[in-house]
Design a protein around this ligand. Structure first.
Ligand SMILES: Nc1ncnc2c1ncn2[C@@H]1O[C@H](COP(=O)(O)OP(=O)(O)OP(=O)(O)O)[C@@H](O)[C@H]1O
Ligand SMILES: [Mg+2]
Length: 341
């Protein structure tokens, strides 16, 4: 029986706690952020004081988990508040995002679809007299396609918006009229340290792994993998569970540090890149490091794009660790763009 090895096996007794969608009961090291979000939501619901929130931090620092957790609490505590979670990267167009909001509100969208003004009107009408907390996850991935933010900034005052971004400087990239409405208060999610990741792993292991199948050294090794990849809890958890699967598949009842090392090799970065960013990377891969102006010319042959958007793409790629840019001393503002992997 091959399947048996992986379903509730010798080591992994509760696979569901390692699901990407699993929301842990507790989010250690995020008390301050959770408290700040809860406070603003309570003010909004009880006193009508509205402060839109902007949550930012690197990948795997608990932003989505925190919002989902608070949303579960809102649903348990307030019967008159509607929570809506939309990943704007998965629903990339204005129509897709507004339709996702409409369907979360139970608005029957006809097969032909609705126009944008119709969607806006229905959303407003369906929520009249009710408070709505709307989370917009991964807003920074919209790049230059930020029209939707304009629509959302025009939603009425019964909407509290929580925007989530990897980039702290995202606010500076969008039209100030939009950013001043959408983002009032910023909450930072810093990278986790090794001891923090080890503690997060310990709690997850207690729920999901057989006691005695792991030790502190294993947790620390998996924590170190997450730390090396930017203090990312998602990667630390993946390193642990992949190591557990390796040990299980070899018929052992204990995970070793070596399993974690081997699991690490198999962990590819789970970044789903915008096709335009991929295109820039493929130009760089083919031609090697080049000046940003030259890269812009090459890229522009394939995709019509303004210099401003192009710079935006480059800084995304740099933040994600795919490229490095270096200022060329001799030539004013010109930068050399170097592919990193
Ligand atoms: N403090 C924590 N305690 C327990 N688990 C955590 C904690 N922080 C993050 N995690 C777990 O790590 C994984 C990644 O967290 P999450 O999805 O919230 O990251 P994120 O900040 O939204 O990342 P991204 O920017 O890539 O979307 C999830 O499985 C989550 O449950
Ligand atoms: Mg997230």
């Amino acid at each position: 029986m091959y399947l048996r090895r992986y379903v509730s096996g010798e080591i992994i007794v509760n696979p569901s706690v390692f699901d990407p969608d699993y929301i842990p009961e507790e989010l250690p090291f995020r008390e301050g952020q959770l408290d700040a979000i809860a406070r603003e939501i309570a003010y909004f619901v009880e006193r009508g004081v509205k402060t839109n929130l902007f949550l930012h931090g690197p990948p795997g620092t608990g932003k989505t988990a925190s919002v989902r957790k608070i949303f579960n609490e809102i649903n348990a505590v307030f019967s008159n508040v509607k929570t809506i979670y939309v990943n704007v990267w998965q629903n990339r167009t204005r129509t897709a995002i507004l339709s996702a909001i409409a369907s979360a509100l139970g608005i029957p969208v006809p097969v032909r679809g609705f126009s944008i003004p119709e969607l806006m009107e229905y959303i407003e009408r369906f929520t009249e007299g009710r408070k709505v907390v709307l989370a917009l996850d991964e807003v920074d991935r919209l790049l230059s396609n930020t029209d939707i933010l304009y629509d959302l900034s025009r939603l009425p005052s019964n909407f509290l918006l929580i925007s989530i971004s990897n980039r702290p400087d995202f606010l500076a990239l969008v039209d100030p009229r939009i950013s001043s409405t959408l983002f009032h208060s910023a909450i930072e999610f810093p990278r986790y340290t090794v001891p923090q990741l080890a503690e997060i792993l310990r709690r997850r292991a207690e729920l999901g792994l057989r006691p005695g199948s792991y030790d502190d050294a294993v947790l620390r090794a998996a924590a170190a993998v997450g730390y090396a990849r930017g203090g990312d809890a998602r990667i630390a958890i993946a390193a642990l569970v992949e190591a557990a699967k390796l040990a299980e598949s070899e018929g052992r009842s204990k995970i070793t540090v070596d399993d974690v090392k081997r699991a690490k090799e198999g962990l590819e970065l789970p970044v789903e890149l915008d096709p335009k960013l991929n295109l820039i990377l493929s130009i760089l891969k083919e031609k090697g490091p080049m000046r940003s102006s030259q890269l812009y010319d090459e890229f522009r042959k394939l995709v019509p794009v303004t210099m401003r958007s192009f710079r935006n793409y480059l800084s995304q790629l740099e933040n994600l660790g795919f490229i490095e840019t270096r200022r060329l001393k001799t030539r004013g503002n010109v930068r050399l763009v170097i592919p990193k992997r």
